[in-house]
Ligand binder design. Sequence first.
Ligand SMILES: Nc1ncnc2c1ncn2[C@@H]1O[C@H](COP(=O)(O)OP(=O)(O)O)[C@@H](O)[C@H]1O
Ligand SMILES: [Mg+2]
Length: 337
Amino acid sequence: MKSIKLAIHHRAGSFSEQWIAYCREKKIPFKIVNCYHSDIIQQLQDCDALMWHHDFTVYQDLLFAKELLFSIQHSGKKVFPDFHSTWHYDDKIGQKYLLESIGAPVIPTYVFYDKKSALTWIRDVTFPKVFKLKGGSGARNVRLVKNQRQARKLVNRCFGRGFSQYNKFGSIKERIRRFREGKAPFYRILTGIGRVFIVPEKARMVGAEKGYAYFQEFIPNNDYDIRLIVIGDKAYGMKRMNRKNDFRASGSANFVYDPIPPRVLKIAFETSEKLKLQSVAFDFVYDEERNPLIVEISYCFGTKGSSKCPGYWDKDLNWYEGQFDPQGWMVENLIKQ
Ligand SMILES: Nc1ncnc2c1ncn2[C@@H]1O[C@H](COP(=O)(O)OP(=O)(O)O)[C@@H](O)[C@H]1O
Ligand SMILES: [Mg+2]
């Protein structure tokens, strides 16, 4: 392994904690940098690579994380995540075109950029459909549209006042559900209620989401989705069970660690390779013929459930049981890239 010096942007609770631990353990030279400082380019002068787990929930990251990473990549240094891996992060519209362009198995998706086309489309289709905003996680911005009337209402809002980045009442409902299922403490309900009055910083800083309408075919009869993470030539994952009486799995925090079917692994490895992704988390559901369909992709992912996976697969679908270090793989792959 060539000796290179890494720069790591540290954020508590993010991948950087394990990146730093891995570098210390393997004696990989690194320094901590602060990407929010205006002199970040100078900070990187004595480094060969930058790693930054940027996140869509941090409004500053939305402003410049991709731009900074791509600039560093242009200058010839290595970055994680790189352009291929992250331009479509938190952007379901970008992902639609990207996945369609390589013929990946995806849920049929329709996007409209003006009200008239969206309303015309609604008149001729069957329901239910699924409506989404292009960003967000934990199924917060995903809903079932049962009929034409509901669809019309949503479209009017898409091209009217739009959607706030923070769904106050949806959030309280979700906090109550988590409390009831023993997945979150009671005080989280109270902070949710508090947030009706004091909205989170991101919602104050980022404008309403609007100007497009995004619909998908509803894929029925799935009581879970498959979350599959591919990092280079290794993959691991699990089932995420839907919320009670709900078609949505993401954010439910109900994980089941059954083996992943080989054809799901194959699609994930193939797609990751075709798209040159350093790291990718797929969501899969099954169509009525039991073909796996990709719901969405993301370079980063929650570690609460996935860190408990009992092992991983390699590209040839061999299984390796036991503990493993996905963030360590990210560092390792970047260094040998
Ligand atoms: N078109 C669809 N048909 C059926 N279920 C879907 C569809 N789209 C999403 N889901 C379910 O809803 C969940 C959230 O959708 P997703 O697009 O992954 O949003 P998020 O980015 O919030 O995770 C998925 O985990 C899946 O269980
Ligand atoms: Mg998802």
